[in-house]
Design a protein around this ligand. Structure first.
Ligand code: CMC
Length: 391
C-alpha cells in the first residue's frame, strides 16, 4: 500500500478477478467459462457462446430461444440514426462510424445508462446485441450506396446479419451452410480474450458507471488500432503489398527485423501467447477448408503460408516467440465470404461484442471500484509562475 509499481502496458499487472476466460499463453490454451475453444468452435453456435460468456452457462433450448427472441425484439434502430449515418463521408473508416453510432444509441435509449439491477442490465444487453449487427450492416451498406434495411425474423443471429449485409435491393438473398458455418466459427473465436486492450477499455470506462453502450463504443475505438483488432485489415494489406511487389517474402521479413524500420509483420506476435495462438491454428484450417469448399484459389493464402513458414524458422521470430495470431488468417476467410477489407475490424467487433458485454457485466456485478491507474511522476518540481510578458 502506498508504493506505486511501474508496469508500462500492464505486462504483469492483474486489474481484476474474472471467471469468464482462461488463457495459458505458454501452453496455447484458451477456454470460455471452462469450455475449450477448439470444442466450442467445432460444436457450438455463436449465439450459444454469447449466452455462455455473458451468463456463465451454456443455455438450454428454452433459454436460448428466449434470449434470441428478446434480442430480435430489440433489434430495431431509430430511423433518425440513419440521418446521423448520412452525415459521414462514404470514405470514413467503418470503425470510427461504428464507435460513434454505438455512442449515439444512448441518446435514443437513455434508460440503458443507469443499470443498477440485473434486470436493467439484461435489457441493455439484449438491446446492444440486437442493434449492433444492424449498425454494422448499415455502415457497410452506406459505404456501398445500398438501401438500409433489416434482415428477417425467422433467421438465426448470424444468418440475419449476413442477410442485412448482402441482401440485394430487390430483396433477394442467398447463402449456404459453408459460409454460415465459417462466419459462425470466426465470431466464436473472436468472442472473448480476457483483459486485452479493448476489453480493459470497456471495463475501465464502465467502472465509472458510464453505461454499457458508451463503454462498448470506447472498446470499438481501442480495437481499431493496428496493434489490436486493426491488425486483420493490416495483414491483408501487407499480403497484397507483398504480392504486388512480386511476392518476395524475404524482403518483408528483413524489413520486419530491421529495428530502424517501423514495419512489423502484421498478424504475428502476441502479448500472452508464447508458443502458439490456438485460434490461429483453427482459423488456418478453416481458411483452407472454406477456400476448398467454395472453389476459391487465393494466392494471398499461399503468400501467408510462405511467410509463416519462413518466420517459424527464423531466429529473430523464434527467439522472441513470435507466432501467427488470430488476425493472420482471418482476413482470408472474410475475403472469401465477400466482406471488403475495411469491414474486417468491424467483423472482429461483432465477434468481440459478447466478450465486452460479459466483462462489463461481471465488473458491475462484482461492484468493482472505479479504474484509476497510478503513475510515477518524472516532470518538473515546483516552479514559480511568470506572467506572459516576463517569459
Ligand atoms: N514483427 C516484428 N517484430 C515484432 C513483432 C512483429 N509482428 N511483434 C513483436 N516484435 C518484436 C518487438 O520488436 C520486440 O523486439 P525487441 O525485443 O528486439 O525489442 C519483441 O518482438 C517483443 O515485442 P513487444 O512489442 O514488446 O511485444 P508486446 O507484447 O508489447 O506486443 C503485439 C504484442 C501483438 C502488439 C506485437 O507482437 C505486434 O505489434 N504484432 C503485430 C500486430 C498484430 O498482429 N496485432 C494483433 C495481436 S492479436 C489480436 C488482437 O489483439 O487483436
Amino acid at each position: 500500500k502506498g508504493v506505486v509499481t511501474l508496469d508500462p502496458g500492464y505486462k504483469n499487472t492483474g486489474a481484476c478477478e474474472s471467471a469468464i476466460t482462461f488463457l495459458d499463453g505458454e501452453k496455447g490454451v484458451l477456454r470460455y467459462r471452462g469450455y475449450a475453444i477448439e470444442e466450442l468452435a467445432e460444436k457450438a453456435h455463436f449465439l450459444e457462446v454469447c449466452y455462455l460468456l455473458i451468463f456463465g452457462e451454456l443455455p438450454t433450448e428454452q433459454q436460448l430461444s428466449k434470449f434470441h427472441t428478446d434480442i430480435k425484439a430489440q433489434s430495431h434502430v431509430d430511423e433518425d440514426v440513419k440521418r446521423i449515418l448520412d452525415g459521414f463521408p462514404k470514405a470514413a473508416h467503418p470503425m470510427g462510424v461504428l464507435s460513434s453510432l454505438t455512442s449515439a444509441l444512448v441518446a435514443f435509449n437513455p434508460s440503458s445508462v443507469n443499470v443498477d439491477s440485473e434486470e436493467d442490465m439484461y435489457k441493455a444487453i439484449v438491446k446492444i446485441l440486437g442493434k449492433f449487427p444492424v449498425l454494422t450492416a448499415w455502415t457497410y451498406r452506406k459505404r456501398m450506396g445500398l438501401p438500409l434495411d433489416y434482415g428477417g425474423d425467422s433467421l438465426g443471429y448470424v444468418d440475419n446479419f449476413l442477410k442485412m449485409m448482402f441482401k440485394k435491393p430487390s430483396g433477394e438473398y442467398t447463402t449456404n451452410e459453408t459460409v454460415l458455418e465459417a462466419l459462425d466459427k470466426l465470431l466464436i473465436l473472436h468472442a472473448d480474450h480476457e483483459q486485452n486492450c479493448s476489453t480493459s477499455t470497456v471495463r475501465i470506462v464502465g467502472s465509472s458507471h458510464a453505461g454499457l453502450f458508451v463503454s462498448i463504443s470506447a472498446g470499438i475505438a481501442a480495437l481499431w488500432g493496428p496493434l489490436h483488432g486493426g491488425a486483420n485489415q493490416a495483414v491483408i494489406e501487407m499480403l497484397e503489398a507483398i504480392k504486388e511487389d512480386g511476392g518476395d517474402t524475404k524482403k518483408f521479413m528483413a524489413k520486419a527485423k530491421d529495428k530502424d524500420d517501423p514495419f512489423r509483420l502484421m498478424g504475428f506476435g502476441h502479448r500472452v501467447y508464447k508458443n502458439f495462438d490456438p485460434r490461429a491454428k483453427i482459423i488456418k484450417k478453416a481458411a483452407d477448408d472454406l477456400l476448398d469448399n467454395l472453389g476459391i484459389d487465393d494466392d494471398v493464402l499461399d503468400i501467408a503460408k510462405a511467410l509463416e513458414k519462413e518466420a517459424l524458422e527464423d531466429p529473430y521470430f523464434v527467439e522472441r516467440k513470435l507466432y501467427p495470431n488470430v488476425d493472420f488468417y482471418s482476413g482470408i476467410i472474410y475475403r472469401a465470404l465477400g466482406i471488403p477489407v475495411e469491414m474486417f475490424t468491424p467483423m472482429f467487433a461483432l465477434g468481440r461484442l459478447p466478450g465486452w458485454i460479459a466483462q462489463w457485466r461481471e465488473m458491475r456485478l462484482n461492484k468493482e471500484p472505479i479504474g484509476r491507474p497510478r503513475q510515477i511522476y518524472i516532470g518538473e518540481t515546483h516552479r514559480e509562475f511568470l506572467p506572459v510578458e516576463k517569459r
